[in-house]
Every structure is written in structure tokens, then in C-alpha cells.
Design a protein around this ligand. Sequence first.
Ligand code: GLA
Ligand code: ZN
Length: 678
Amino acid sequence: MEKKILFPQVGGFLHGGDYNPEQWLDRPDILEEDVRLMKKAGVNSATLGVFSWSVLEPAEGEFHFEWLEAIIDRLYQNGIYTVLSTPSGARPAWLDAAYPEAMRVDRTGMRAHHGGRHNHCMSSPIYREKVARIDRKLAERFGSHPGVIMYHISNEFSGECFCPHCVKKFRGYLADKYDNDIEKLNAAWWTAFWSHRYNSFEQIEPPFTNGETSVMGLNLEWKRFTTWNTNDFMKAEIEVLRSVTPDIPTTANLMRLFGGLDYRKMAPDMDVVSWDNYPTFHNDWETLADTMSETAFQHAVMRSLKRGKPFMMMESAPGLVNWQPVNKLKRPGVHRLACLQAVACGSDSVQYFQWRKGRGSYEQFHGAVVDHIGTDDTRVFREVAEVGELLRKIAPAAGTTVKPRAALLFDWDNRWAIDDAKAFSQASKKYEETCIDIWKAFFRLGADMDVVGSDEDLSDYNVVAAPMLYMLQPGTAENLKRFVERGGQLFATYCTGYVDKEQLCFLGGFPGDGLKSLFGIVSEEIDSLYPSDRNGIVLEDGSCWEVRDYAEILRVQDAQVLGTYADDFYKGTAALTCKECGKGRAYYAAARTAAEQMEPLFEKMLTDAGIPARKLPEGVECHVRSGESGNYAFYLNSTPEQVSVSGVTGRELVTDVNVEGVLTLPAYGVAVVHSGCN
Ligand code: GLA
Ligand code: ZN
């Protein structure tokens, strides 16, 4: 298999982060010291220019790139490569003063004042023009510099704009989507309800707070449009850069399972997926192992946006952050653990926000590799340098990938539709939490899972969990059937197959679109439970899973009943079923139960799929990256105690010793065990 190393220039993993020399231009001594310190920390990359617009172009049309050139040169001469960012994430004051339309309009119709960041209109022609101009100039000036290895587009795209430009574009988007036929839109949005029929696309407004919010199709289409328009903005930036330097890869830094944008629609337009990882370490509501496993889920989301390719962890905090409710320090050793987890899950970079703490403004107390104290003899600096050293040791693993045989289906459309549905119990819908809990349950059984869209090719997988797949995309039902028939083990739950992609309910019984025959059941009613209500699912072996929040009442057609309700007027009726279809099985859990209670079922699914469950000691996780240089099993110990893991064989790269049988991990320890080639 071809090894797809992302950064041939560095010959391994990228280690570095956001660097803001523009804040220190009057301190050449500090800028020089930065290079010395970067080398000492094993840093081989710096992300430059993220919010540099007002220094790059201090007045309209007056460009000052010489300072940036000097920095890029000096870094390169010292073996440090540049990830060059476009500055569109924050606007200079002159721009908003001259072109107020660049400032966003909120859901009430009010235009924002100048300030902050990540708040530009995505449609404004003049803003796009100004962005394209500076992007082109940056690419022309720096694109052929041997030190520039990647473009970073804007920063953390997010938010919506309700300005006249955006409204007009929304109408155009809808007209395209519905073939210029308003009656198609009326049918899709069910507008005969409450007299909501439109006569023309010109009558459509986005869902203003004091406007139309009761048409589900409109609400969802606005979210889809916001993704489409943001992506269009990103693509416009990428096109300019590619027209000058087509060979420099592009990325945009994403934010975990962010609710505002459907990242799956954006990923194909960037060359590499990257994301910003800020877990709430050592909080008072979960164990560190829980925080780590949730983070592993988020890494899996990113990994799965471009399957079979490494992703990047573009930002993480070297020490603490400054915006969480409590900004707690990472305990000694936890930095290394978190960095190695990113790599274990498939990242080819460990990057930080930020290299050096600024003296003033909003992020003056945000953690950095170099603190206000300014020296390298700090705990944080030493831990960062240790990561630099570690990444060098495991460099041959760069370019390898994690290839799970299990997947969880997660769709942004589905998330938005569930959240907006006037149904169930508003407070306990919890689609994301349900997905994460089920993902974690499989993870505890040793199964790494990808997180993929319901209409994606599932042929890499033998086990698929599809919790609460309320909305079926065209083709999803066929996809699931194919998966089961060829031998897949499928797990689905209550709230499956209620609506189509327009949010119109399926007629003839849920789950619709032919899924009734896959599961052998029809869901006739769904009961929403008050927080203190409980029911149970009694299984064949007499054990009982506690039920909360939701319980569907089923008609069983030709499924086998594995569990029945313990209580209420539907006591004794089917609550957990299984149907064999072709070579596989389709399970249906009609009620919400804690994911850990379902582990025995998940274990059976894994076993039947030929993926033996592997239960590691509490708080230990394992991910395997593989490629032409062999397999790399990453073991991470999230507990403050030493633990032993049995059944491990190979060369351990952190300590450089052979392991034959038992691997000992110190407190918060990490190990990378290399074994045979594929
Ligand atoms: C985000 C941004 C950075 C910085 C960090 C702070 O990820 O991209 O510019 O503000 O948060 O944690
Ligand atoms: Zn706008």
C-alpha cells in the first residue's frame, strides 16, 4: 500500500502551532529567541497569519509583507516550516468602516458593529473581493517559498448571516434546488399547513426570530444553505490560492462535532481535514478516562471525514485554556497522553494554540508553549519538548492510518431535524450524546469505530450502529439492507426512519422507506417519559435493562423478540428484536437504555462479525495505525496508576525495548508497539 505521508518536508509528524510574531514586531530579541526555543522544543512548524490582516494591510491597498517574509525565511533556515493562513477570520477596522456590509446581520435582522472575529458575512461581494485580493497577494509572495507547506483557510468557520445579500442568495439556492418551481418547494415543505403557501421564491425569508420558524423544511434548508454558503466562501478562498500555487495543500480548522455546519459537506473541498481539540481535562463530572474516550470519538469524527487519510490536530492547549468555566491545568504527563492520543487516532500533526502568550487582550492568559516568564525551564515547555522528542521516535508511523471495521452512523441533517422536531421530549432528545455513549460502549470493548454518514459506502465495515436515524437520506435504506445482507451486524434504535430528507413523515408505518422489512417490525407509537419515569427491557436470560426517556410500542412482523417491556400498559410487548437478513442481522432497540447495559449485545455483534472484543484494563485505550511500514499499536493509560496490559508483542518505540506478552504502562503512560509489516 502506498504510504501517504502528509508532510514529506519534515519526514514525519508536524509539531508546532499558532505563532503570532505580529504581536512582537517591536521586540526583535523575542522573535529571535522564539526560533531558539522552537528548536529546543522539537517544533518543526509554525502557523502564521491567522489574524494578521491589520498588520499585513494596515490601510486599504497598502500591503506590508516584509515582516512576514523575514519570519518565514528565518524559520525555514532553522528547519521550521510554515502553515500559512489566510486572514479572513477577523477584519481590520478600516474594512468595516468602508464596507459595513461585511459585518454580519443576526437573526433579529440587526447588523453587528465592528469587532470580535469569525463574524463576517459569507455572501458580501465586497468582502469576498477584499479577501480574494489579499489571499492572492499572499500566495504570489509566499507560495513558492520552500518553507511554506500548507494553506490554512480562515479560522474556525461558524455562524449565520441574515443580511440582504444572504437572503437573496438563499432564494437563489432554493430556486436551484427546486428547479425554479415554487410548487415543488410548497410540496416539500408541506406549506398548505397554516396557510404557508408561497407564490414565488421572492417571498421566502430565512427563519428570523420574529418571522417564519414553523416550517420545518425552511428551518432545515436554512441550515443546509449556511453550510453551502460557508463552503462556497471557503472554496472561493481555495480557488484563488490554487490558481497561483496548485500544489500547496489546503485545510480549514474544524471544531469537533460542531452543530452549525455539516462538515461532511465541506471536507471534500479541502485537501486535509484538521481540527482544534480542547477537552475539559480533570473536570468534576467525569473521569479523565471518560474525557479521553469522548475525545477519541471526536478524533474519529475527523478521521472519518476523509477515510483512509491522516488528519491533523491543528490546535490544542499546551497548558490550559482561558475560556472554559474553570481553566484547570493539565496534570503532569497528561499533555503527552493527549498529544499521543491524537496521533493514535490518525492525526499526522500535534499543533498548539499558541506558541507564546501575548501580553494583552482576550487571550493573554491562554496557555502557550512559552509563558510570560519567557524561559524554557517551565513544566509546560519541558512537556512540549518531550512530545517533540516522542514524535521523532515514532516518525515512521506518519502516513499510516486507522482502519476500523466498525462504524457509527451520524448525520448532521438528522441532528438538525431531531432538534427541530416538535415532538418527543424537548429536553431529552440527546441525539449526539446517544451516539457518543454508544460509540464509547463499543470502544470499551476494544472496537475503534469510524463515524460516517448514513449514505456512505459501508463495505469496509462489519458492524454498524445507527442510533436514532430519524431522517433517512435517499439511498440510506438500501445501503443498510445491502450491509446486512452481505453479513453485517446492524444496530438501530427508537426514532428510526420517521421522515424523509424533506422531513415529510413516511406513510405506512415507521421505519419507512422499506426498513420495516429489514428489521421485521413496525413502530406504532412512541412514549416519551418524564425524567423520573422508568421502564425496563426484560431479556431472555432474565436480566433487565433500565429504560428512560423513550419507549416505542412495536408490532412485530417477522423479527425474533429478544426482550420485552417490564412495565406500563405495554408490558410484555417487544422492546428488543433481531431479524436475520441474508448473511447478517438487524437489531432494533425500541427504547432508550444506557449504552453500558447494552455492552453484552454489542460484544455479541462484534464476535459474530469476527472482531473479537478486547477488554483492556480500566482507563487504558488502544488504537492501531497501519500501513506499509507495519502496525503501530498505541496504548494510552489515562489513570494515575501503573497498569499492565497482556497480549502485547513487538518493539516498543517510546522506550525502545521488545515487549513479549505484558506491556507495563506508567501513570498516564503511553506506548507505541510496532509489529510486522502488512
Ligand atoms: C480557537 C481559535 C484560536 C484560539 C483558541 C483558544 O480554537 O481558533 O484562535 O482562540 O480557540 O483556545
Ligand atoms: Zn450576509
